[in-house]
Design a protein around this ligand. Structure first.
Ligand SMILES: N[C@@H](Cc1ccccc1)C(=O)O
Length: 582
């Protein structure tokens, strides 16, 4: 429709002065008109030139006067050249609006004598308003004072082009009132029929821009990680801190100082095996990234579980849920005195506790694994803290954790077939956060206070707490937040006060309390960025929705690619690792 209108108009007119006006007058979408103009311009049917983004256009009333003459002119014409006409008679002859406006304007212009009888004061008048309106309609410039007067009479309005710029259009060298039908492809039928000889083919447009390249975005999870780090730093430096342990800031716990340099790390859970080479011995960036993750995330069961008063029979320690290292499979050293105290507290208790009453095994504690929560980082940190003269501390860490979800048959089956890689991402690329405040005399009120403060700063003020159980905290609380998209409360974290069975064997004074909380970053990211499906964060293409346009610092795509090659390519897996496919 737009194409016919443009080519048809140019057949009888020299130019379309303004595509915006042209579109508005014909009630066409300006965007469509511009697209057609661009296409016609490409084939030289027309020549198009950019013009400014805003222009004056006639209102309905303005358009009417441009066609029929201004009200004052119409009124003047209705007054006889000689003599006079009664006002009543004049009113009858004219449209009511034209009569009303006409009287006042023609009076102001001193064109007529107004009384009961109306007569002309001059013989000829020029309908300047109509002339001006026609100028505007054709896209010509008019003087500012004329614009002001037409605008005051609401005969013109400023039109802004929302999309793209406006164009002025004239006939091009290939102009024809209708576009020739051109073929885009040479088909078998063309050849069979022989009509290819007559066909005119569409030319290639080598100047066409390709699809805009996707890239350059920070992954939402990394954005939330940055946000969380900033919050921790703010929490410490605020003057108005409500809870008791004000005045010292959160420090980031080193999550990477337990690397043992080895050539190979192989970790396996009940469902899959991860293997990586030493980062420095491998050329590929992507695998180096993953390698670093695996290397840095190694710890042993002792710090991940035992030090946290988690019994050795606890289901989380099951080989289906935890990636145990095959090589090196056990830790070399642990602080022996402390290990002894931990063993005792598990077996027989102490410090007012009855313990679990089972036979604690050192071999179990020695097993190396990929940490299942960043609370493993906290336990090492607290042990180091307990060795020094007591000073209150606040710590946080955000880093990778490796955990498999609960398995059921359907999941296991699907896992191998379709969902494997995605699920594995979730299991392996989870970002965990652990934070703690260690001070004398802290209470659950302090924990609730800091959690509210923390999550409110993150933009999640709708919070609920639910009593929960963790082997290492008492009391414990699950943290829930309202997910608008899902329309329900979802769990976003877990928290509690570390048990005396955990803190006292470390060597802390009896009145020292530790409030702590931990979360995975996916849930808050879902809530903050409106993802309804956790998997959307890990797909081929993360839909960045409203948070586009950040510089790309994310190693995510590269790591992901690495995973695809690693797990999808069973040939590779079999040959190089002797592991069979996933
Ligand atoms: N370690 C817990 C979180 C937590 C940390 C500290 C105290 C209580 C709970 C988890 O991973 O879910």
């Amino acid at each position: 429709m737009a194409e016919e209108a443009i080519l048809g108009y140019l057949e009888h007119n020299e130019q379309i002065a303004d595509s915006g006006v042209f579109a508005a007058e014909r009630q066409l979408d300006h965007n469509d008109v511009v697209n057609v103009i661009k296409s016609l311009h490409g084939f030289r049917y027309v020549d198009a030139q950019n013009i400014k983004r805003e222009t004056w256009v006639l209102t309905d009333e303005g358009r009417k006067y441009a066609a029929e003459g201004s009200p004052e002119f119409q009124l003047f014409m209705a007054v006889p050249q000689e003599g006079s006409i009664s006002k009543d008679e004049l009113q009858k002859r004219l449209d009511p609006a034209v009569f009303k406006i006409g009287c006042s304007q023609a009076g102001k212009n001193r064109w007529v004598e107004m009384g009961k009888q109306v007569s002309r004061k001059v013989q000829n008048v020029e309908d300047k308003v109509r002339v001006l309106l026609l100028h505007v309609q054709e896209g010509h410039e008019i003087k500012q004072e004329d614009i002001n007067s037409l605008k005051a009479r609401k005969l013109i309005v400023l039109h802004f082009f929302e999309h793209g710029r406006a164009y002025s259009v004239t006939k091009g060298p290939n102009y024809a009132p209708q576009r020739k039908k051109v073929a885009t492809d040479l088909t078998r039928e063309n050849l069979q029929r022989g009509d290819w000889k007559e066909l005119e083919f569409k030319e290639y447009n080598f100047n066409a821009k390709g699809q805009p390249a996707e890239g350059g975005h920070l992954h939402p999870l990394l954005k939330v990680r940055k946000q969380l780090k900033d919050i921790f730093l703010q929490l410490g430096s605020d003057i108005f801190v409500l809870w008791s342990c004000a005045g010292y800031s959160f420090e980031e716990m080193p999550t990477n100082n337990y690397v043992e340099s080895r050539d190979v790390v192989i970790a396996a859970c009940g469902r899959c095996v991860l293997k990586c080479l030493h980062p420095t011995k491998n050329g590929s960036n992507a695998s180096a990234l993953l390698n670093v993750n695996l290397f840095l995330c190694q710890t042993c069961s002792f710090w991940n579980f035992d030090a946290l008063f988690q019994p050795q029979q606890h289901p989380a320690r099951d080989s289906h849920d935890t990636f145990f290292l095959q090589e090196p499979s056990t830790t070399r050293e642990l602080p022996e005195d402390y290990v002894e105290r931990v063993k005792r507290v598990h077996e027989v208790g102490g410090y007012g506790s009855r313990g679990y009453g089972y036979d604690w095994k050192r071999e179990e504690a020695n097993k190396n694994l990929l940490r299942t929560h960043t609370t493993a980082v906290s336990s090492r940190m607290l042990k180091a803290l307990a060795e020094k003269p007591f000073a209150p501390k606040r710590y946080f860490s955000i880093d990778r954790v490796f955990r498999n979800e609960a398995v059921d048959r359907t999941h296991l089956a699907e896992f191998h077939q379709i969902e494997g890689v995605d699920k594995l991402f979730y299991a392996m690329l989870d970002l965990g956060l652990a934070s703690l405040i260690c001070d004398r005399g802290l209470t659950l009120g302090d924990l609730i206070g800091v959690l509210k403060d923390f999550f409110t700063r993150l933009g999640m003020s709708q919070l609920r707490f639910k009593p929960a159980y963790n082997p290492y905290t008492e009391p414990s609380m699950e943290i829930f937040s309202y997910h608008e998209g899902l329309g329900k409360w979802v769990e976003i974290g877990n928290s509690g006060m570390f048990r005396p069975e955990m803190l006292l064997p470390m060597g802390f004074p009896e009145d020292v309390r530790v409030v702590a909380w931990g979360l995975s970053l996916e849930r808050p990211t879902m809530i903050l960025y409106g993802y309804n499906n956790i998997r959307d964060l890990f797909g081929h293409k993360v839909d960045l929705g409203s948070h586009q346009g950040e510089p790309n610092l994310s190693p995510w795509p590269r790591v992901k690619l690495w995973f695809f090659y690693f797990f999808r390519n069973s040939e590779y897996t079999r040959k190089h690792q002797g592991l069979g496919s996933l």
